[in-house]
Design a protein around this ligand. Structure first.
Ligand code: XMP
Length: 321
């Protein structure tokens, strides 16, 4: 029968048998899949595992720290952090096209990860790469579902031929809720285990317009408020994802205190979904929406208007880009 501790014991034994005394590498994204996969491998082979976290500067408030501090404290994993924010933001400067943003981020991600992998490989010859592939990912990539490629999704892509590792995919037979249960059993931080899905290109595709540090800070502040209020209302599990989108090139007139303002709107996009293929807008209680709106416009100076997206998917996608 399925229990988290059975699965953990089985996987730990299987990983040990496969890895022997060789070295293993895993890239962490901040998401639950890679975090749980790495924790399992660490439980199996300890310090033979090294993790790499590429901080592209496009995560939400507190997420990089969660990986660097809380996750490391919870697991004892050896982590190499690559602070690549300057590089990513440099390449993204002035870019407004969503697909262009994705291409740049995907390309830079692979470059950065590859450089880190090369360095580690030179230090301690690496034989294996851990990936947090889930069962639905396996079905989707092998099954040829024929869904149109509307957005080019860039997760970790291929490494060059001279840097090939054998894969370890300890979550290949599992669904998301099972992975969360494993993560909890392994003692990972609650916020990480319960995190909503978050796109690889991060906040870059939630800023409509060009991405820069100032805009990222504005969006981070608004996004944090929305997340805090959703959690405070006990609604995290009723919502599949809750993008907050900054319309960075739009301004509208407002009035705050004794003056006229000319600030930016943010869009709240809470959705309910089973698998992200289709979605509906979440009927959040009005008082929760009101609190989020009041706090954002009070606490984030540059934002003077909050709007709610009431579009289902289709026709609207979950993200705005
Ligand atoms: P859409 O916006 O197409 O999103 O309804 C469906 C799901 O995919 C996520 N998403 C992405 N994930 N790279 C990712 O890793 C991407 O470029 C990307 N674009 C969208 C989105 O957050 C939702 O969960």
């Amino acid at each position: 029968t399925w229990t988290s501790s059975n699965i953990i014991d089985e996987q730990v034994a299987a990983i040990r048998a496969k890895v022997g005394d060789k070295q293993v590498l895993c890239g962490l994204s901040g998401g639950v899949d890679s975090a749980v996969a790495a924790a399992l491998v660490h439980k199996a082979v300890g310090d033979q595992l090294t993790c790499v976290f590429v901080d592209h500067g496009l995560l939400r408030a507190g997420e990089a720290e969660q990986v660097e501090k809380d996750y490391v404290a919870a697991t004892g994993i050896r982590l190499k952090v690559v602070d690549a924010a300057d590089t990513f933001l440099g390449h993204l400067a002035g870019v407004t096209d969503p697909e262009q943003k994705r291409k740049i981020i995907g390309r830079e991600f692979i470059r950065t990860f590859e450089a880190a992998a090369r360095e580690l490989d030179a230090e301690r010859h690496i034989e294996f790469l851990v990936q947090g592939t889930l069962y639905p990912d396996v079905v989707e990539s092998g099954g040829g579902t024929g869904t149109a490629n509307i957005k080019s999704h860039h997760n970790v892509g291929g490494l060059p031929d001279d840097l090939q590792f054998a894969l370890i995919e300890p979550l290949r037979t599992l669904f998301k809720d099972e992975v969360r249960a494993l993560g909890a059993e392994l003692g990972l931080p609650e916020e990480m285990v319960q995190r909503h899905p978050f796109p690889g290109p991060g906040l870059a595709i939630r800023i409509i317009g060009a991405v820069d540090r100032e805009r990222l800070d504005i969006l981070r502040a608004a996004d944090l408020i929305a997340r805090e209020e959703l959690t405070a209302a006990g609604l995290d599990r009723d919502v599949w994802q809750f993008p907050v989108v900054l319309l960075a090139d739009v301004r509208s007139v407002g009035v705050q205190g004794d003056g006229r303002t000319y600030g930016h709107p943010v869009v709240l996009r809470p959705v309910s979904s089973e698998d992200a293929m289709t979605a509906d807008w979440s009927r959040l209680p009005y008082d929760v929406i009101a609190r989020i709106s009041t706090r954002i416009t009070n606490e984030v100076r540059e934002i003077n208007r909050v709007v709610l997206d009431v579009t289902s998917k289709p026709p609207g996608t979950i993200e705005w880009e």
